[in-house]
Write a protein that binds this ligand. Structure first.
Ligand SMILES: [Ca+2]
Ligand SMILES: [Ca+2]
Length: 321
C-alpha cells in the first residue's frame, strides 16, 4: 500500500471517531436531515427516564461505504435495531426521516419498511410519505413479543454524484400530533413502560448515516449484543363507557389499544380469562360486529398509522371510508 493511501486511511479513521461522537445519542436537539415542522422534542411530563428499569437503545445503521462499492451498489440497507428490550415491548411507532439526496425504495404497494426478526411475533403497519421524506413504522402485539435485534429494514438509493466525505443522515424523529405520539411501550402500559418510552425518546436513539469513504476501505457496521431482563407485570383498569377503540382510555387510539385488543382475542381463543372490563370489551369491538378479533385490532393499528402520518378524520369517519 502506498504511503498516501495509508495517510488517507488514517484521516478517514480519525473523521469516523469524531463524527460518531458528535452524532451519538440525543435525537431531537435538531434534525440532521433538515426536515422541519412535523417533529418535536419528547415531553417528559415530569418523568425521570433514568428511573426506567429497561433502557433500550434504538439504533439505525451507520454505514461507512468505500466510494467504489457505493457506485456499484447504490441501494443500501438501513436497519433499525433494538437492544436491551428483549421481550419487553409490543407497541411501537417510529418516524424515520432521511437526507434529501437519498431516495427511499418503496415496493409496488408503497411500503418501505421490511419487518425484521425482532418483530416477527408482532403485528405491523406502515405508511411512507416520500414527498416529506417521512416513513412511519408501527408494531403491536398481544404480548411483549418484541425482541432484541433488527426490527425494521429500509432501503435507500444514493444519488449518482457522490463524493468521498459525503454523509447522508437517516434519523428517528419524534412526532406528537393531537394527542397521538410515537411509541415504545410494553403490553402492561404501566409507569415502567412510560419510563422505558421516555428513556428511548430522550436517551436511547442512535441516529444512522451512510458515509462515503475512500475506495478500498471497508468497515462493517457494528451491532451490540442484546441483554435479557425480567418480565413485566400485567394489569388493566377502568369501568365507565369508553370511546370506541380507546381501550386504555387515554384519549388516543394507538398501538397500545391495538395490542390490548389482540391480546384479548388471543385469550378468548384459548379459553383463558379476559383481562378487559365489559366497557373495554365494548370499546374493543371496533367494527361493531359483536365479536372481538384480529380485525378490530388491525383497525386500531391502521388508525394509529393514519393519525401518525397527519390524518385528521375522527375514528368513526375513518372506519366508514
Ligand atoms: Ca388509547
Ligand atoms: Ca369486531
Amino acid at each position: 500500500m502506498k504511503k498516501n493511501q495509508i495517510i488517507a486511511m488514517m484521516i478517514t479513521a480519525a473523521m469516523t471517531i469524531t463524527a460518531a461522537t458528535t452524532t451519538a445519542i440525543t435525537a431531537f436537539a435538531g434534525s440532521a436531515t433538515g426536515v422541519t415542522g412535523m417533529y418535536t422534542e419528547y415531553d417528559l411530563n415530569g418523568l425521570d427516564p433514568n428511573k426506567a428499569e429497561t433502557k433500550p437503545t434504538i439504533a439505525l445503521s451507520r454505514i461507512e461505504l468505500p466510494i467504489n462499492v457505493a457506485q456499484e451498489n447504490p441501494v443500501q440497507e438501513i436497519e433499525l435495531t433494538v437492544t436491551g428490550a428483549e421481550k419487553k415491548y409490543a407497541s411501537t411507532g417510529f418516524h424515520i426521516s432521511y437526507d434529501e439526496r437519498l431516495t427511499a425504495v418503496a415496493d409496488e404497494y408503497g411500503d418501505v419498511g421490511i419487518m425484521g426478526p425482532a418483530g416477527s411475533k408482532l403485528m405491523q403497519d406502515q405508511k411512507a410519505n416520500l414527498d416529506s421524506r417521512s416513513i412511519f413504522l408501527t408494531t403491536g402485539g398481544s404480548k411483549d413479543n418484541g425482541r432484541d435485534g433488527v426490527l425494521w429494514t429500509m432501503e435507500f438509493r444514493l444519488p449518482e454524484n457522490i463524493a468521498v466525505g459525503d454523509e447522508f443522515p437517516i434519523e428517528i424523529l419524534y412526532r406528537y400530533i393531537d394527542g397521538t405520539g410515537d411509541l415504545f411501550s410494553s403490553k402492561s402500559n404501566d409507569e415502567q413502560s412510560d419510563l422505558m418510552q421516555a428513556w428511548v425518546f430522550t436517551n436511547g436513539i442512535e441516529q444512522g448515516y451512510i458515509r462515503i469513504t475512500e475506495a478500498e476501505i471497508e468497515e462493517p457496521v457494528t451491532e451490540e449484543e442484546p441483554t435479557i431482563e425480567e418480565e413485566p407485570a400485567i394489569e388493566e383498569e377502568p369501568e365507565e363507557e369508553l370511546p370506541l377503540g380507546d381501550i386504555n382510555n387515554d384519549g388516543t387510539i394507538n398501538a397500545t389499544d391495538a395490542s390490548a385488543i389482540l391480546c384479548t382475542y388471543a385469550l378468548i381463543q384459548t379459553g383463558q380469562e379476559v383481562e378487559l372490563t365489559p366497557a373495554q370489551l365494548r370499546a374493543a369491538d371496533i367494527n361493531r360486529d359483536g365479536k372481538l378479533d384480529a380485525r378490530d385490532s388491525s383497525d386500531a393499528l391502521r388508525y394509529y398509522s393514519y393519525l401518525s402520518t397527519g390524518g385528521t378524520l375522527e375514528f368513526v369517519d375513518f372506519l366508514a371510508q
